[in-house]
Design a binder for this molecule. Structure first.
Ligand SMILES: Nc1ncnc2c1ncn2[C@@H]1O[C@H](COP(=O)(O)OP(=O)(O)OP(=O)(O)O)[C@@H](O)[C@H]1O
Ligand SMILES: [Mg+2]
Length: 205
């Protein structure tokens, strides 16, 4: 039986990575073999592109093209083989992030992103997308706090508030458009509360 493809989405600082680790363990504890991965990245080639994408200035279209180039390798080398074996795949960001960041945030037309999506993963969509939603002020505060811990902000994290407002709006619009696949999670709550909601979900798997 084919595995389940679950993606985590949300603006920077929403808590995707925080909850990804816990979710991976919880899914494994339910007896499912799981591949936990992330985008951009997920393959050695993709990780090289990630480094470029997060740090080198480039045209918005270039950014979209590189995201999808990394994604194609990720789909071919990692995601499809895992799902075919029956493994579950938990992916920290996928194509919804390109619609939100390059589309909503940077103004790349949705039709262009859809055309790339059709080349890169025809017929493949997540079975479930968890959208960690937080007001901008909350994610900003978290990012600044993690920065105080010695980490510097990458190219996207350094964007202005208006950029994140557009990204968040684009995410919420996609959640509305693809309501059957998305679950919007109020990630402004304490970690334990968010986790309790996830635990309820996982209990049904
Ligand atoms: N519910 C929460 N309450 C308080 N702090 C949180 C919560 N969730 C995450 N954090 C903290 O906020 C920071 C950002 O979280 P995390 O790295 O998980 O976000 P992310 O969505 O993965 O961000 P990015 O898109 O930049 O990778 C971390 O320092 C984390 O500990
Ligand atoms: Mg993260």
């Amino acid at each position: 039986m084919r595995g389940r493809f679950i993606t985590l989405e949300g603006i920077d600082g929403a808590g995707k990575s925080t909850h990804a680790a816990w979710l991976a363990e919880a899914i494994a504890a339910r007896g499912h073999r799981l591949v936990a991965t992330r985008e951009p990245g997920g393959t050695p080639f993709g990780e090289k592109l990630r480094d470029i994408l997060l740090h080198v200035p480039m045209a918005h279209e270039t950014e979209a093209l590189l995201m999808f180039a990394a994604r194609r390798e990720h789909v071919v080398q990692v995601i499809e083989p895992a799902l075919d074996r029956g493994d579950w795949v938990l992916c920290d960001r996928f194509t919804d992030a390109t619609y939100a960041y390059q589309g909503g945030g940077h103004g790349v037309p949705t039709a262009q992103i859809a055309a790339l999506e059709a080349i890169v993963h025809p017929g493949l969509q997540p079975d479930l997308t968890l959208l960690f939603d937080v007001p901008l002020a909350v994610s900003r505060e978290r990012l600044l706090r993690s920065q105080a811990g010695g980490r510097s902000l990458d190219k996207f994290e350094s964007e202005e508030q208006a950029f994140f407002a557009r990204v968040r709006t684009a995410y919420l619009a996609r959640a509305h458009e693809f309501a059957r696949r998305f679950r919007v999670i109020d990630a402004s709550r304490p970690v334990a509360d968010v986790r309790a909601e996830l635990a309820e979900l996982v209990a049904g798997w």
